[in-house]
Design a protein around this ligand. Structure first.
Ligand code: GLN
Length: 493
């Protein structure tokens, strides 16, 4: 089997009968076992995956087609999958087997996808390093050139999905992004990760963290694959009241289309305090776009510094309310140490939630409580409105897309991360939360390697529903960066 195969290549191979979906699935299942120490998966149901692959093979044999037909895909353990345990990386849901399928995963099944397993993640998608999972940390397979002995984080919260794709344990994966959880791990792992416009993918059956910000998004090896995956998972769904009733364009068609004449904005506030290598990376990306016929424009978004604080009020506020349902009475694990109803709630939640989740629930409850609501929550919502207006009036009235960093730095060590304060960890999200707070689409594209030999990504943010335009420009960056070649130079220990 060819290494690091894309969806497009695997589809061609299946069509030409170079291999069957069964063989392809078996190949990845073996690799998952071989590289089990990466801890990329929480649940792998081999039999189920192989049965599904066989069904795909008979469909292929009978001439059926589907954009993901027979393709092994990994699914973040945040999407409810009928009959397959769905934990959200939490002890409290460690025995939860949903009776329904999320719309996003159902859409992929309708297109013929073979689910290879449920991937590791930060508990309830809260984190930037995949270290808060009840099932243990997930690791980046790549190592620093300067010290290959250090184990690095894949980013989070979709760290398992990123490692599964980057370590070639599947062809592509789906994650979720509330404040950067698709784009940040994509950047750390040398992958493409897109968070679509809020409302493009249905949230039905996706375990809620912060409902007004949550969006599903693909993690893939190429921009073309991201377009294929998004095509599959996007679409209106009446079961999600915030689902956007729009016509989904043909995303794949836009990959490779000319970008001549496009205006790309560079935002002053995103350059504050950047490392020299990130400045250089952005400079190169800018140059590639100019060579492809784009014009770059410098602009200022003054609300930028307020975005992270607003996010860390709004997201915990919604989380505190969403997580109230895990009470030990319904679908959760129940503590055995209780004497009455109150202690059943208290003991179940004390045992079932990890430290970071408790921190968010406490923060969220505090900012929503009488007396603090106006000072924190209402204020954060006002800031959110200002941020949205800022993008609209001062960015997208002048330019087509923005070119900004995805992350302040590259992947860091697991040890280092355990010494970070919560606020230091939250600072990882400074460039990604803006797209969530404003409901805009954002993509991270691998653009180069750091001096340490680790992947680095750049981010493109666009106006609402302009994913097709994002794919066009992302594809230029991908081609110019030649990351495929660079990837071969990254150290794997
Ligand atoms: N790292 C951010 C947080 O911890 C974003 C998480 C996410 O996008 N799910 O909240």
């Amino acid at each position: 089997m060819k290494e690091y195969m894309t969806i497009a290549q695997a589809r061609a191979g299946l069509k030409k009968k170079e291999f069957s979906s069964f063989e392809l699935t078996k190949y990845y299942l073996n690799k998952i076992e071989e590289l089990a120490d990466l801890n990329a998966f929480i649940t792998v149901d081999q039999e189920r995956a192989l049965t599904c692959a066989k069904q795909a093979d008979s469909k292929i044999a009978s001439g059926e087609d589907g954009i993901l037909l027979g393709i092994p895909i990994a699914v973040k353990d945040l999407f409810c999958t009928r009959g397959v345990r769905t934990t959200a990386g939490s002890k409290i849901l460690s025995e939860f087997v949903p009776e329904y399928e999320s719309t996003v995963t159902q859409n992929m099944l309708n297109d013929g996808a073979v689910f290879i397993g449920k991937t590791n993640m930060d508990e309830f998608a809260m984190g930037s390093a995949n270290i808060t999972s009840f099932f243990g940390p997930c690791f980046l397979r790549y190592r620093r050139k300067t010290d290959p002995s250090i184990r690095l984080v894949p980013g989070g919260s979709s760290g398992g999905s990123a490692t599964a794709v980057a370590s070639d344990l599947c062809i592509a994966a789906v994650g979720s992004d509330t404040g950067g959880s698709v784009r940040q791990p994509a950047a750390f792992s040398g992958l493409v990760g897109i968070k679509p416009t809020y409302g493009v993918c249905s949230r039905w059956g996706m375990i809620a963290f912060a409902s007004s910000l949550d969006q599903a998004g693909p993690l893939t090896k190429t921009v073309e694959d991201a377009a294929i995956m998004l095509q599959s998972i996007a679409g209106y769904d009446e079961k999600d009241s915030t689902s956007a009733n729009i016509k989904i364009p043909n995303y794949s068609k836009s990959v490779g289309e000319s970008v001549r004449g496009m205006k790309i904005g560079l935002v002053k506030e995103y350059a504050d305090g950047l490392s020299q290598e990130t400045i250089d990376l952005l400079g190169r990306a800018r140059q590639w776009l100019v060579e492809a016929g784009c014009e770059t424009v410098e602009l200022s978004l003054k609300t930028t510094p307020y975005t992270l604080p607003a996010y860390y009020i709004i997201a915990p506020a919604e989380a505190s309310s969403n997580l109230a349902r895990y009470d030990g009475v319904r679908y959760t694990r129940r503590s055995e140490q209780y004497t009455d109803l109150d202690s059943l709630y208290i003991e179940t939640r004390t045992e079932g939630f990890g430290e970071e989740v408790k921190r968010r629930i406490l923060t969220g409850t505090y900012v929503l409580s009488a007396g603090y609501y106006d000072a924190y929550y209402r204020r954060a919502l006002k800031i959110q409105k200002m941020i949205k207006d800022d993008f609209k009036n001062n960015a997208f009235s002048k330019v087509d897309l923005l070119l900004v960093p995805t992350t302040p730095g590259t992947s860091f060590g697991i040890e280092e991360s355990s010494k970070m304060t919560p606020v230091e960890m939250y600072l990882n999200d400074v460039f990604t939360v803006t797209a969530n707070i404003a409901g805009l689409p954002g993509i991270s594209v691998p653009a180069g390697l750091s001096q340490d030999g680790l992947p680095m990504g750049v981010q493109l943010i666009g106006p609402k529903f302009r994913e097709a335009k994002i794919f066009r420009v992302a594809s230029v960056i991908e081609q110019s960066a030649g990351f495929e070649k660079l990837r071969e130079g990254i150290i794997i220990a």
